[in-house]
Ligand binder design. Structure first.
Ligand SMILES: [Zn+2]
Length: 377
């Protein structure tokens, strides 16, 4: 499937800024024409609102449009992100000294470092680290020494802890320490991370102490990350930046396919890869995952159709709760009816972790989960 080129200037600029590689015929001219008619101020407003300022700056700089201005915008991010890299390097050195060798950085900043992307092209206000729950005390101590204090409002017991440093940079910075790498508050999702880690392990980013999952595992996590946001929910297109960063790395597709089979995530991975191919014009080998399995191919195609706005050439906006639920039901490798019962009756441990902390009746946890999943998803 190939999308028509987006008609709106802002859509075209967005997609074009997060893609890597050469632009399509006429694309550069269309952006330049749009820029001349919309102007710098409106373009800057859009870039900020969409939270992709450095990506747009980088693209416009390459096109030679108000080069000096956009270069200075991009340079600000280069400087900021180098500070984030040094910070990550320091904390990983401290983690190592404290004997914490399981902690790893993944998703947005992890994919950028592992994929060797442009250091300026990162605009998030936080980074995600995975860690063992048992190490929380040591992790807190290391982060406290760097000025990061626990943000109790954003903590989800058993799922994640958030640490905030409001003094860092212009707008502060946060670290999300995830005890479960892809957990969501609303819909159960499980993967066998230990199996993946035992087969693939971690990599150390050259010139630092920062640990990330090795490339195949990191890409697998990034693809699943897209699926747990229903492929189109916020942060929407920005989810796909991780794939742009990782797509240039050689990965072991056979291994990713085996994990997907084992975890029952072949539909999720196939749909996320297809969408990345359509939106970013990448060439990920979807058939290595779906391998002519009718149900996987069928479900993935259905998802792709339902989250793309083909007329506009973009992802759909504002997914309603029923669409989120139906996308979730479709994202299973199994029969959707089985998936329905899995969503309704997830394992006790999951309910305990998300909705029924110690001292709360398990039944109340299930009721809270039903309320959240059905009424607020
Ligand atoms: Zn850049």
């Amino acid at each position: 499937m190939i999308l028509d080129r987006p008609r709106r200037y802002s859509d075209l600029l967005y997609l074009s800024s997060i893609r890597s590689g050469r632009s399509a015929v006429g694309e550069d001219e269309a952006i330049s024409a749009g820029y001349r008619s919309e102007g710098r101020v409106r373009t800057a407003e859009f870039a900020k609102k969409a939270k992709i300022e450095p990506f747009i700056a980088h693209r416009l700089m390459d096109l030679g449009l108000a080069r000096e201005h956009w270069e200075s915008v991009h340079d600000r991010y280069v400087e900021r992100n180098r500070r984030i890299f040094s910070l990550a390097d320091r904390i990983f050195t401290e983690f190592e000294m404290a004997g914490l060798r399981d902690v790893f950085l993944y998703e947005n900043f992890g994919a950028l470092l592992a994929g060797g992307g442009c250091i300026g092209c990162f605009a998030s206000g936080d980074i995600d680290l995975y860690a063992r729950r048992a190490d929380e005390g040591s992790i807190s101590a290391v982060l406290a020494a760097e000025g990061f204090i626990p943000d109790k409002d954003k903590r989800i017991e058993g799922v994640r802890a958030v640490y905030q440093n409001s003094e860092f940079g212009e707008n502060g910075f946060a670290m999300n320490i995830m005890w479960k790498p892809l957990s969501r508050a609303k819909l159960p999702f499980q993967m066998d991370l230990d199996r993946c880690l035992s087969e693939e392990g971690l990599q150390i980013i050259p010139g630092s102490s920062v640990r990330c999952p090795a490339d195949s595992l990191l890409l697998y996590l990034c693809l699943l990350h897209i699926s747990v946001h229903s492929y189109a929910r916020t942060p929407s297109l920005r989810l796909y930046i991780d794939i742009r960063n990782m797509a240039r790395k050689p990965v072991d597709w056979g291994r990713i396919a085996a994990w997907a089979d084992h975890d029952g995530t072949a539909v999720r991975v196939s749909a996320a890869m297809t969408l990345a191919n359509v939106l970013l014009r990448s060439a990920l080998p979807v058939e290595r995952i779906s391998r002519n399995r009718r149900r996987v191919v069928g479900h993935a195609e259905h998802i792709v159709r339902s989250v793309l706005d083909e007329r506009r050439g973009m992802l759909i906006e504002n997914m309603g709760r029923w669409k989120v639920l139906s996308t979730e039901l479709c994202s299973t490798d199994k029969n959707p009816l089985v998936a329905f019962f899995r969503i309704l009756l997830p394992q006790r441990e999951w309910i305990r972790e998300h909705y029924a902390p110690k001292g709360t009746a398990l039944f109340k946890g299930y009721v809270r989960h039903w309320r959240e999943a059905v009424l607020r998803s």
